[in-house]
Design a protein around this ligand. Sequence first.
Ligand code: TYM
Length: 340
Amino acid sequence: METPAAQPKKIVYSGIQPSGTLTIGNYIGALRNFNRFPDDEYQCLYSVVDMHAITVRQDAAALRKRCLDLAAIYIAAGLDPKKNIIYCQSHVSGHAELAWILNCFTYMGELNRMTQFKDKSAKHADNINAGLFTYPVLMAADILLFNTSVVPIGADQKQHLELARDIAQRFNGIYGDVFTVPEGKFGKVGTRVMSLQEPTRKMSKSDPEDTYIALLDPPDVIRRKIKRAVTDSDAEIRFDPANKPGVSNLLSIIAALTDTTVEEAAAELAGQGYGKLKERVTDVVISTLEPLQAEHKRLMADKGYVQGILDENAEIANHMATRMLRKVQRKVGFADRGRK
Ligand code: TYM
């Protein structure tokens, strides 16, 4: 009997911007879920998306340093660099080349609707550059360049993912099945971790320090920030985001980091005060982050090792990207290249 040909592995793709300190929002909504794809079925690529980061003005030296730092965080969070392709977006020129082509298959009206563009242009009114506007097209290129099936992300990236799907379908409608149409993958809980000070707003690394927990915050800072987190004036521990956003956010953090549900997290603390709730969140966050921080510190003491991973993986990613790019270039009618 003939043995069936091995199924090609499905591609998982995601990226994080090296644009500031990572928060537990990034960790719970995205990074933590990067590890959940068995490697006999999936090939995962995780990118440090430095090209996205310059849509907002950056200090060059600081950005360069944060790229290496983020790669080390990926590894410290448990991503095995031998099994996952961890690389820097700017090392693979195919991202920019495909983004240009996809720009020509994306409508201004679609980009105008992007809520993140609206938010970011309000925040950076002095620098509403074209990159900020076309950023979702670059993100679509990141994903489609690798024939991605699954994209683990937080809720705030859902609209961008849907645009990537629309662009893929539009392109396929014209040229045949060129791109895999990707699916978003969201955690069961914590897809939108909220600010500790304004729990109706998303926790964001670009907000003031006391609104978020940074992945590399030391335990005493974590303790202080959680102690000051906004709750409400009644004293019942119950998951009810509309009426009790602060308490519900803290319950979601516990549930996400302990792999339980918000109901279980609430039941465990029923009848106790907010002091106990905050103690529990603090313990869970610190025990999650301590090993990550220790590993990160160890890796950053050997920057050459981390740089080596990025160099090796850029080559692999480049190879994969070029294959797709050539196919797309041919479809749209770019000039043939000689055989040499
Ligand atoms: P970025 O760098 O803003 O965030 C990285 C990831 O963290 C998630 N996230 C959150 N999840 C839950 N609660 C929060 N408060 C929170 N804040 C951030 C984000 O949803 C994201 O998954 N455009 C992307 C990066 C990107 C990308 C890609 C992602 C570029 N190309 C291709 C996937 C595939 C971004 O700015 O994420």
